[in-house]
Design a protein around this ligand. Structure first.
Ligand code: GDP
Ligand code: MN
Length: 361
């Protein structure tokens, strides 16, 4: 789950990373009560989870005279379509230099990886494309409590020592908060020292309970529903709804859709031993996503009985066509029930997937 800037900065601050003094507001009028805390030069920042926020107009410079008006403007201006419900007013740092740093897990060698660039700021993506050598990279053993000093020097070159200290602290946050990504862009030098001017932290969804995060905000309403019912369910951006049982079968169904040139809208793994009620619920959930034009149900009957599955599909009675591939326990009875109601039940996974792709072509 992605944390917003002000949330990440709070965690950074706890670890001793210097962040600008800030005031979080959810109405521009609130600022009036705090004018004495606000300096003359401020940065007004929309708290939205949007890449390239600054370039999209979500980060504005202001002074004491127009800070309220500037915040009011942000509250009324969606950033890349995302409405702004909170705004962070921060002291404006006299920036000398902007660096980029991020920490993630390198999955290929199962180690933390740190990326660093001398030229940080809003153009970092451009730099990554046009001049990838300008971004330095180190990996090291996850068993070490600190980033080794020699690697920090290799990474940061001539940057001041405060930059290295901050990266090491960022690594501590990364570990303690079960992060998948911790990023400071820009990490800035000022006459008063080194600061994190921006902050990004993505917490591993599998660690939310340990981190005391009760709800995963990044989930859609349907994904939350599915989680409550114990289904593995993920939304994508195609038009084919996918229901399978078991991660392997569900994933290979997705692969086949891709293979035949289709795109899945979502997929749901009903798990083992799904009965009629669960199948009915699953079909309705998958069908409830407006992008879904056709649904493929690909189930292997073991403990799950094909006749129960067939009844669940029929009872769900969704608008979209449901194409079925069922094999295993009580397959004949399942086939008979579905045929009676005019469902297409295809013998192989290939045929079923191809049929679904054709519907969306
Ligand atoms: P992002 O676009 O969402 O990454 O927003 P940032 O918080 O990184 O801000 C974008 C840019 O605004 C930074 O790269 C800086 O150039 C500028 N900026 C942000 N905070 C300050 C500040 O305190 N002082 C100054 N001078 N510029 C700032
Ligand atoms: Mn930034």
């Amino acid at each position: 789950m992605k944390l917003l800037e002000f949330e990440a900065k709070e965690l950074f601050r706890e670890e001793g990373i210097r962040v600008p003094k800030g005031l979080l507001v959810s109405k521009h009028e609130e600022i009036l009560l705090h004018m004495d805390e606000i300096g003359d030069k401020v940065v007004v920042k929309a708290q939205v989870d949007v890449g390239g926020r600054g370039k999209a107009g979500g980060v504005l410079m202001a002074d004491a005279a127009n800070v309220v008006e500037t915040a009011r403007h942000l509250f009324h201006t969606p950033i890349k379509g995302v409405p702004v419900s909170r705004v962070l007013i921060e002291e404006r740092l006299p920036i000398e230099h902007e660096y980029y740093v991020s920490i993630a897990i390198d999955r290929s060698n199962k180690q933390p990886v740190i990326l660093f660039a001398d030229a940080g700021g809003v153009e970092i993506e451009q730099t990554a494309k046009e001049n990838p050598d300008a971004i330095r990279k180190v990996t090291f053993s996850p068993l070490l409590p600190d980033v080794p000093g020699f690697l920090l020097r290799e990474l940061t070159g001539n940057a001041p020592a405060g930059v290295r200290e901050m990266i090491n602290k960022l690594y501590h946050v990364f570990c303690k908060k079960d992060a998948l990504l911790a990023e400071i862009n820009p990490l800035v030098t000022t006459p008063q020292g080194v600061y994190a001017a921006d902050a990004k932290l993505i917490v591993d969804d599998n660690a939310l309970a340990r981190q005391g995060i009760a709800v995963n905000r990044d989930l859609t309403e349907r994904e939350k529903e599915a989680e409550k019912h114990g289904f593995s369910y993920v939304e994508l951006d195609g038009a084919i709804g996918v229901i399978g049982n078991g991660a392997g079968l569900t994933m290979s169904t997705l692969d086949l859709i891709e293979h035949f040139g289709g795109k899945a809208a979502n997929f749901l793994d009903v798990g083992g031993g799904a009965d009629q009620e669960r199948v009915k619920y699953a079909v309705r959930l998958v069908a409830g996503m407006p992008a879904v034009k056709v649904i493929i149900v690909n189930l292997l009957g073991g403990i799950t009985r094909c006749d129960e599955v067939a009844r669940g599909i029929i009872e769900a009675g969704v608008e979209q066509e449901v194409i079925v591939r069922l094999a295993g326990t009580n397959e004949e009875e399942g086939r008979r029930l579905l045929a009676e109601k005019g469902y297409r039940m295809l013998g192989s996974m290939d045929e079923a997937v191809r049929a679904a792709v054709e519907v969306t072509a």
